[in-house]
Design a binder for this molecule. Structure first.
Ligand code: BMA
Length: 327
């Protein structure tokens, strides 16, 4: 996986950017103006990813990409050809913010799409050749769906953020369970927006949680409202390993906030939107993939031990974080 050593001086959270960011520039593909908010995974000898491509007609869809080093990417020219259970073409009208999660021997792609309003779409693949849609897990309106990388207490778990049909000015993260990836229930509140100013307006899931000895390490996005629009930062929390609706630690400070030109300048300025991590259990290295300014893909690094230490040291949890989330 990609890696660069940390800079000598770090003032905030122990996360540092890849020096040659952004890793994906404008006009990356014929008919696609921007790629951002995308997710990657190790696959065979290299890496594979699902990428939000904003087409030149302005409509987002999902493209497959492959890489040897997880930094330089080659994309398929056509959108991912989703099919229904019978193998017939079944393309979403639009699709954005894909996540890619492997559970057992199957890869799941989860995204936001039209289902008579913004809602969650999901498909599975084993070979990245055939992409079969499965039933939409939730009613509209919902965004930011993230699967856990393994079953917990016998069920699949999905985080999501119920919303409205527009540029939602509110929102908390919930977790739902399923025995079969079709029927979802036992919904629990996980965490809400907080009184910290950087995440005062809404939050949403980011990368698939990483299993650690302290719990599920979870990177998410937190949004604040300003007189000039929303600002999206990356936040960090640790969820209980066997009951992830309980937040054990939640960092009062952002992990990363827009600072660089490619984060502050673009189609939507001041947006950091994490969708995936790569991590190596042996070294504790983590690479975080995030969309920048709805225009580019950025890469940042941290280490499991350092980031958990920082989150714990600066943890502030409230009742709505630590309770079971059922009312
Ligand atoms: C959210 C989503 C993201 C986007 C963000 C900032 O509502 O649509 O895809 O990055 O807004 O524009």
């Amino acid at each position: 996986m990609p890696w660069q050593a940390p800079p000598e001086r770090m003032d905030g959270a122990p996360i540092w950017r890849y020096r040659d960011n952004p890793i994906i520039n404008r006009n990356p593909l014929k008919g696609v103006a921007r790629i951002f908010n995308s997710a990657v995974m190790p696959y065979q000898e290299g890496f594979i990813g699902v990428f939000r491509g904003e087409q030149t007609n302005g409509i987002p869809n999902i493209y497959l990409g492959r890489s040897q080093d997880a930094i330089h990417w080659e994309f398929d020219e056509e959108k991912i050809p989703f099919v229904d259970e019978e193998g017939n073409p079944f393309m979403p009208i639009y699709a954005y913010d894909p996540r890619l999660v492997k559970i057992e021997d199957t890869y799941y792609i989860i995204w936001c799409q039209d289902f008579y309003g913004a809602a969650i779409g999901i498909a599975k693949t084993k070979d990245f050749q055939k992409f079969e849609r499965i039933e939409n897990p939730f009613l509209p309106f919902n965004r930011n769906a993230v699967l856990f990388p393994r079953k917990v207490n016998g069920n699949y778990l999905m985080l999501s953020r119920p919303s409205d049909s527009g540029h939602t000015p509110f929102g908390d993260i919930f977790v739902s369970e399923s025995p079969d990836m079709v029927y979802w229930g036992k919904h629990r509140h996980v965490m809400g927006k907080s009184s910290e100013w950087w995440e005062m307006l809404k939050i949403g899931g980011g990368a698939a949680p990483i299993e650690t000895t302290e719990g599920w390490l979870f990177f998410y996005h937190g949004v604040t409202g300003t007189c000039n629009g929303y600002v999206y930062s990356i936040g960090g929390a640790i969820l209980d390993i066997s009951n992830p609706s309980i937040v054990k630690y939640r960092c009062e400070n952002f992990m990363l906030t827009p600072e660089e030109w490619y984060e502050e300048r673009g189609f939507v300025p001041n947006v950091l939107f994490p969708c995936a991590t790569l991590h190596d259990a042996g070294t504790g290295r983590i690479a975080i993939y995030y969309g920048a300014a709805d225009t580019y893909v950025g890469l940042a690094f941290t280490r499991v031990e350092d980031i958990i230490g920082y989150i714990k040291e600066h943890s502030v949890t409230r009742e709505s974080d630590t309770e079971i989330g059922r009312r």
